[in-house]
Structure formats: structure tokens, C-alpha cells
Design a protein around this ligand. Structure first.
Ligand code: ADP
Ligand code: MG
Length: 362
């Protein structure tokens, strides 16, 4: 199904729930706003940073419970990054795996990592290699995250020879994963994992477990950059409103998803992290076939799933695959998807229509 919108008529909130709760803060320091309570359920909001992105939490609980829970959330995210996912921090499992590249004995994996990597390899196979968790040599060569954070001055794209060399070190089909209990990975020499495309999704699933295990919180919306978790309900029974960023004006939304209960929404776009040089935009979603930022007519993709790993992984994969193959992939995984194309067209799966309200007319 196809829809059109005009960039002039856009919704002004990145996450409508923030509006509903009366929070106007865009500050990056830890920050609380909510009503004074007497133990009754109120909406409490917190803004922090972790995993290289802004973390926004809206927690429905008594003020005291919300504050305690929000700190648990931050501890979980910091831990996940430093102990599991970071390729930069020596304390992480991914760092340990990368350091084992080329070693005959491989590297012992935690059960969680073994399952995560198996899911990533499945996604590699189902996307014919468009999603590749072994893209480390290529993503490090481009280093877009760092350039984007530093403003991108003096950025030069890598040479074709360097790109070819880095691409030759990638390919999830060359990973060897063995055993279920006490699993091991054998990473060939020179290969490096990069879990950037699924890290925030993994975090959403962990946060969901944290929420399931407690009794004090009645509802929450937690956003980790482009990946958002909704959970539980609001005291007034109204639905969660999750904004989809307008790639043509990232201070506004092109649509809103209305959701009930637990969902994961992940968005990948060429506007999230990029640098520009000589009029060309170099963004952080890389096409493993070329070793360069993916080129196509997609500006942004949002995936709606019950599962964080699926929503995050598929949003990256669908960006590279484009709407035709991306829609088929989403159907295989039983999830909903919405594409924003470079001419402003919005293409979404039939099931997404139930949740999405977008601007129409041109
Ligand atoms: P974000 O990290 O902003 O949420 P994505 O979920 O789309 O965005 O993931 C982008 C990150 O994934 C990149 O920064 C890089 O680390 C990694 N990546 C880029 N291209 C691919 C790809 N084709 N397959 C797997 N991982 C990728
Ligand atoms: Mg992703």
C-alpha cells in the first residue's frame, strides 16, 4: 500500500508520549520531570546517555519506584555495552571474540551471545548477505560514527583499494559457530564483529525482561536513539504514541504509531549518523556488496515487532534491501514495516496500516 505526505504538514514531536506527559526537555543530562505524588501513579521522565545515544524514559509508577527503576535501566544499558556488545571496550565479550580472530581454539561464548550471533547469521542468510554482522573491517574503515560526532570536517572517503581489502575480510558465512551449551566461535584471521545494527534491539529485549520481573511499574516507554520499547499501559487507558521521524526535517515526525502494550519499534535512516563531503552524504548503513554506504531510494525504514533484535536487525536490513525485498523479509518474520522513500512516498505493509497515521496528499 502506498501513501504520500507533504513535508509542510508534519507533526512536531519525535515521540508524542513526551508531549502527553508535559515534558519539554531536550537536555542530555539526567533530568526528571513529573508531578508530586503521594505514592500514586504518575508519569516520570528521564533523559540520559548510554550506548552512544540519548536514552529517554517515561515511567508510569510512584515517583520513588520510577526513579529506582530508571536507574536500573541505566545500569543495565551500561553493563550490556561494557560487558557484551562494545567492540571498543576490552571488558566486552565482542572485544574478546574479535581478539580471538585467527586463533585455532576460537573463543568460548556465553549462551546469550551464541543465540544472538546465530540470529544474526540467520538474518545474513535470509537477506542474501545484505545484513552482515562481520562488517567490522568495513565500518571501522569508514568510521562514520566518529566523523559524524566530530562534525565531519576534513572527511575523506576511503580509497577503493582499502574498501576492497576490508570487504574481503567480511562474510558471516565464514563464521563458525559450534555447540549449544558451552558454544564456541571461530573467527577467521582479520575478521571483526560489529553488532551496531542490533545492539539497541538486544537492549530493548533485556529491558522488557526487566519490566516483566517487577511489580511497581504499570507502563513505560523507553527510547534508545532509533529503537523504542513500549510496555504496559497508561493510567487513563490511552494508547502509546510513537513518532516516526521525518527524514526531510528531522525535527518533526512524518507519522505516528498508535500502540497498545508491549512493542519494539526500530528506525534506520540515512539522516541518523552521516558526514557530507563534496555534496555527497556518507551515512552509517553500509552495503556489504560494495563496502560503501547503501545507495538506493530509501531514506528511512521503521520496523514494528514484539522482539527488539528483530525490529533493530530488520530495520537495518530493509534499508539496504529496499521496499520490495524488505517487505518480503518483514512478512517472513511476521513483522510490520514502513518505508519513507526519497521522493516522499511512504510504502508500508498492510498490517502497518492498523497502527500508523501518516500525512497524506502532495
Ligand atoms: P543505529 O545504530 O543508529 O540504531 P542501525 O540499527 O541501522 O542504526 O545500525 C547501523 C549500524 O550497524 C552501523 O553503525 C554499523 O555499526 C552497523 N552496520 C552498518 N551496515 C550494516 C549491515 N549491512 N549489516 C550489519 N550491520 C551493519
Ligand atoms: Mg538496526
Amino acid at each position: 500500500m502506498k501513501r504520500y505526505f507533504t513535508t509542510a504538514t508534519v507533526l512536531v514531536l519525535w515521540l508524542a508520549i513526551f508531549f502527553c506527559c508535559g515534558c519539554g526537555s531536550g537536555e542530555e543530562d539526567r533530568n526528571w520531570s513529573g508531578k508530586e505524588d503521594g505514592g500514586e501513579i504518575v508519569a516520570c521522565q528521564y533523559v540520559d546517555t548510554a550506548m552512544g545515544t540519548v536514552i529517554r524514559q517515561t515511567i508510569y509508577a510512584s515517583e520513588q519506584s520510577a526513579e529506582a527503576f530508571s536507574q536500573e535501566v541505566m545500569a543495565l544499558l551500561t553493563d550490556l555495552e561494557s560487558k557484551k556488545l562494545s567492540w571498543r571496550l576490552e571488558s566486552s565479550e565482542v572485544y574478546r571474540i574479535n581478539a580471538s580472530a585467527g586463533k585455532e581454539e576460537g573463543c568460548v561464548l556465553t549462551e546469550e551471545m551464541a543465540q544472538l550471533l546465530q540470529s544474526c547469521v540467520d538474518l545474513y542468510e535470509r537477506t542474501e548477505g545484505a545484513f552482515d554482522v562481520t562488517l567490522g573491517p568495513v565500518s571501522r574503515l569508514w568510521d562514520i560514527d566518529r566523523w559524524a560526532a566530530e562534525g565531519g570536517e576534513d572527511f575523506q572517503p576511503p580509497s577503493p583499494e582499502d574498501i576492497r581489502e576490508a570487504v574481503s575480510l567480511c562474510g558471516s558465512d565464514r563464521l563458525r559457530l559450534e555447540g549449544e551449551e558451552s558454544a564456541r566461535i571461530f573467527l577467521p584471521e582479520g575478521m571483526q564483529l560489529d553488532l551496531g545494527a542490533v545492539g539497541k534491539g538486544v537492549a530493548l529485549s533485556r529491558l522488557c525482561e526487566l519490566l516483566e520481573d517487577q511489580t511497581e511499574i504499570t507502563g513505560a516507554v523507553i527510547s534508545l536513539g532509533g529503537s523504542i520499547l513500549t510496555w504496559g499501559s497508561k493510567p487513563d487507558g490511552s494508547v502509546w504514541k510513537v513518532g516516526i521521524v521525518n527524514p526531510f526535517d528531522t525535527s518533526s515526525n512524518i507519522g505516528i504509531l498508535s500502540l497498545e502494550g508491549q512493542w519494539c519499534v526500530s528506525t534506520s535512516g540515512d539522516y541518523e549518523r552521516y558526514v557530507e563531503a563534496d555534496g555527497v552524504r556518507y551515512h552509517h548503513i553500509l552495503d556489504p556488496a560494495t563496502g560503501r554506504p547503501a545507495v538506493g531510494s530509501v531514506r528511512g525504514v521503521s520496523v514494528l515487532s514484539r522482539d527488539g533484535l528483530v525490529s533493530d536487525g530488520l530495520s537495518t536490513a530493509c534499508f539496504i534491501l529496499g521496499p520490495e525485498k524488505g517487505m518480503a523479509l518483514a512478512a517472513e518474520y511476521g513483522v510490520e514495516v514502513l518505508f519513507v522513500m526519497d521522493d516522499g512516498e511512504i510504502i508500508m505493509s498492510d498490517g502497518m496500516e492498523k497502527y500508523a497515521t501518516v500525512q497524506t496528499g502532495h
